[in-house]
Design a binder for this molecule. Structure first.
Ligand SMILES: [Zn+2]
Length: 492
């Protein structure tokens, strides 16, 4: 019998925090390293000059606690920063201040929608969160021809590490977990999650085992995955590679792997370091950080409505499908825009049509143009006004899409665009009757065939009427007028 394999995956998410200043000094944190002059945001502390001493950034600690609470973690009362000793040119001190035995947050979980169960209901899975801790980022190395350049602007930027349990069993689950963490960090405002600017990176711990086994097998770590795409491709590749190795009688070696985006392959970087290689010890320049329960509750009170709660509320309050509710709550600003529309004082406001316009036309145009929700020019009241114009029969659905595209480009209210472009729907039966007569006179053969029993030709004739009005005819009125007119010809 063919052996089937089950992947076992844990994920580390590294996220730069959105604080004003660095982790242990008052240098500014810049969001776009590529745009800034190298080595312009540095001081004796983040350059590790002799005699300089670190001071803990309280806001960074608060952000990690906020994250831990959103991930259902327990917040430690007693927390210690530790030195992680290793040498690398991007690490000015020769060690990194991190956390080891006493991280700020531990033992949480995050619920993901793993897959559809085939009945339209999602399969919910809880992924364990081992710990959330705080450390400092390294400097950035650029390897130019004949030289390596180092930029210390990034050295000492607060970096949060979220470590999951090895609870994921498929690439889909990895993707769902990673994007859920991304959504969550943006919701609570602790990280931009901007992967293009390096604000979020992943590391996947991967092993495979015979399906049904509960043992953990030797794993590899794939480091420095800088996008969802890289994470998914590298995980897929590494699972297949490991299966190939074990099926051909080989053994998996515990090691750290890199990811070659161009070749689409993982490759061994170095043997696995063990914790003892880093000679962790408590950072002697910093006092332990004690967090009172009052402080934890104060921080908990600053949490906004979280994505799952918002999705469930959208389901109950607006009667949306789960699919739409997920799409509309994936970004906090999108959810805010949706609710701004729903809360318009309009007689015909309809939460479902607003959802349809947003997940359909709006998202399509945003994707095509690379515009984000905060740059969208359409005012919520104008989106609702357009829906109202459709339901009042002032424009038909197809024309409304054209008007919407114009609103997206110009930010003009729909009525002004309809007026300017002469797009108002023709609902006047007399006006349409004249056009219908003209169409019937022009197409005597089709009229004859229809009356002779070729039913589908009615649609074709209606299409001619729509064309003659440049799509502005009210389809219901046009149908009635056309029906009456051809029937009249049958009796003559
Ligand atoms: Zn500094």
């Amino acid at each position: 019998m063919l052996q089937t394999w089950e992947p076992v995956i844990g994920l580390e998410v590294h996220a730069e925090l959105l604080t004003q200043s660095k982790m242990f000094c008052s240098c500014a944190v810049i969001q776009d390293y590529a745009a800034a002059q190298p080595n312009t945001h540095v001081c004796p502390v983040c350059l590790a000059l002799p005699g300089s001493l670190p001071v803990i950034n309280a806001r960074a600690v608060e952000f990690v606690i906020k994250t831990g609470l959103a991930l259902n973690c327990t917040v430690g009362e007693f927390n210690i920063f530790a030195r992680k000793n290793y040498f690398y040119p991007d690490l000015p001190k020769g060690y990194q201040i991190s956390q080891y035995e006493y991280p700020l947050c531990q033992k949480g979980w995050l619920e993901i929608e793993a897959a559809d169960n085939g009945m339209g209901m999602p399969l919910l899975r809880r992924i364990g969160v081992t710990r959330v801790h705080l450390e400092e980022d390294t400097a950035k190395l650029t390897h130019a021809e004949g030289a390596s350049l180092v930029d210390f602007n990034r050295a000492g930027v607060p970096l949060m590490e979220i470590v999951s349990e090895p609870d994921m069993r498929s690439v889909d689950e990895v993707k769902a977990y990673a994007s859920k963490v991304h959504t969550l960090l943006r919701y609570i405002g602790v990280s931009s999650g901007d992967m293009e600017k390096g604000a979020m990176r992943f590391e996947a711990n991967i092993s495979v085992r015979p399906a049904g086994s509960s043992k953990l097998f030797t794993r590899t770590e794939v480091k420095n995955l800088n996008s969802f795409r890289a994470l998914v491709r590298a995980t897929e590749y590494e699972i297949e590679r490991q299966i190939r190795v074990v099926e051909s009688g080989g053994e998996i070696v515990q090691e750290t792997m890199g990811w070659n985006e161009m070749r689409g392959e993982t490759y061994p970087q170095r043997g696995k370091e063990h914790a003892h290689d880093y000679r962790y010890f408590p950072e002697p320049d910093l006092l332990p950080v004690e967090i009172s329960r009052t402080e934890v509750e104060r921080i908990r009170a600053t949490l906004p409505e979280l994505p799952d709660a918002k999705r469930d509320r959208f389901l109950a309050q607006y009667g949306l499908s789960r699919y739409d509710a997920n799409l509309l709550t994936a970004e906090r600003l999108i959810a805010d825009y949706y609710e701004a529309c729903v809360n318009q004082p309009s007689a015909t406001r309809n939460p479902k049509s607003i959802a349809n316009w947003m997940t359909g036309e709006l998202f399509r145009l945003m994707n095509e143009t690379g515009v984000s929700i905060e740059q969208v020019k359409i005012e919520p009241r104008d989106l609702v006004a357009l829906i109202e114009l459709v339901s009042d029969g002032k424009v038909n659905q197809n024309t409304a899409k054209l008007v919407f595209a114009d609103m997206f480009a110009t930010g003009e209210p729909p009525a002004a665009i309809i007026e300017r472009k002469g797009l108002a729907q023709v609902s006047d039966a007399d006006e349409l009757a004249a056009i219908v007569e003209h169409v019937l006179d022009e197409n005597p053969k089709q009229v004859g065939d229809y009356l002779g029993g070729k039913e589908p030709l009615f649609k074709w004739l209606l299409g001619q009427v729509m064309r003659a009005t440049q799509g502005k005819a009210n389809p219901q009125v046009a149908t009635e007028v056309l029906k009456a007119a051809v029937e009249k010809r049958r009796s003559t």
